[in-house]
Design a protein around this ligand. Structure first.
Ligand SMILES: NC(=O)c1ccc[n+]([C@@H]2O[C@H](COP(=O)([O-])OP(=O)(O)OC[C@H]3O[C@@H](n4cnc5c(N)ncnc54)[C@H](OP(=O)(O)O)[C@@H]3O)[C@@H](O)[C@H]2O)c1
Length: 254
């Protein structure tokens, strides 16, 4: 993949930083985008190679457009874009202040929308490239007490569905990559999540960040509409298509 460019949006920690390290080790020129310059620089130094940092508020669409123009000019059109910026805790609607609901939509949903919007024209022109959107089981299952979190992940899943329709025949691909629990700082950064994960979900093995990064690499190399990891979660995912009431009942008792 020498000469290929990967842009990781939300690369300062968690799944994004692991994906950046793996992609750099595979020969990608990585652009690590996000808002925290110091953390991004640390990840870039650890990734080695020619990883570069792009400090940009991903939730500001106009700033992302300007940043994309710079990246395309200085580094090239990305071959792969990984949307993994995201935050948000788990609460019921009545417990969620309206401004917190807005910030939960800001990342992952608006961050992913902005990045996709900004780079799509140049990727379409080149008729090549893959978007990978890091999604959650909450984009499909109805978890109790996860209103803002689930809405943002469902919006991300819908974005991917729309892209499926729009990108047919263009050479550009889009993947909704659904991961079960990944052992990152997410649960420290977003207090209150771990306590709300239904008990039944705990039987699904937790992924290490390196495993999540390998799932990202697989999605880039073999893009398909939706990919779900690990296997046991995939089983629940399929079951939901056949017997949603059963999965809902199991999750509702968490
Ligand atoms: N960990 C899991 O179990 C898991 C499983 C499935 C899906 N996911 C989803 O994957 C995404 C990333 O999770 P993670 O585990 O990597 O989390 P993490 O370790 O907390 O990292 C979150 C990343 O998103 C960035 N970010 C958060 N809010 C942002 C905002 N408003 N604007 C710009 N950047 C922002 C952070 O940047 P800063 O350093 O600047 O804050 C950081 O780079 C989330 O949407 C999460 O729901 C996670």
């Amino acid at each position: 993949v020498a000469g290929r460019v990967a842009l990781i949006a939300g690369a300062s920690g968690g799944i994004g930083s692991s994906a950046a390290r793996l992609l750099a080790s595979k020969g990608y020129t990585c652009v690590l985008a996000g808002r925290d310059e110091a953390k991004l620089a640390e990840v870039a130094a650890g990734a080695g190679g020619d990883a570069r940092v792009e400090v940009v508020p991903l939730t500001d669409g106009r700033a992302v457009i300007a940043s994309a123009a710079r990246i395309v000019r200085d580094v090239g059109v990305p071959d792969a874009i990984v949307n993994c910026a995201g935050a948000g805790t788990w609460k019921r609607v009545d417990e969620t202040p309206p401004e917190e609901a807005v910030s939960m939509m800001a990342a992952p949903y608006f961050a992913a929308f902005n990045v996709t919007h900004a780079f799509l024209p140049s990727m379409l022109q080149r008729r090549r490239g893959v978007f990978v959107h890091i999604g959650s089981p909450a984009s499909r299952f109805r978890f109790p007490a996860s209103a803002g979190y689930s809405a943002a992940r469902s919006a991300l899943r819908s974005l991917n569905e729309s892209l499926q329709a729009d990108l047919r025949g263009t050479g550009v691909k889009s993947v909704h990559l659904v991961l079960g629990k990944v052992e990152t700082e997410y649960f420290h950064n977003n207090p209150g999540v771990i306590e709300h994960i239904p008990a039944i979900a705990r039987i699904i093995p937790t992924l290490a960040p390196d495993q999540a990064a390998r799932c990202v690499l697989h999605a880039i190399e073999r893009p398909s509409r939706e990919q779900v990891h690990p296997v046991l979660l995939r089983l629940f995912w399929w079951c939901y298509g056949l017997t949603p009431w059963l999965v809902d009942a199991l999750l509702g008792r968490g």
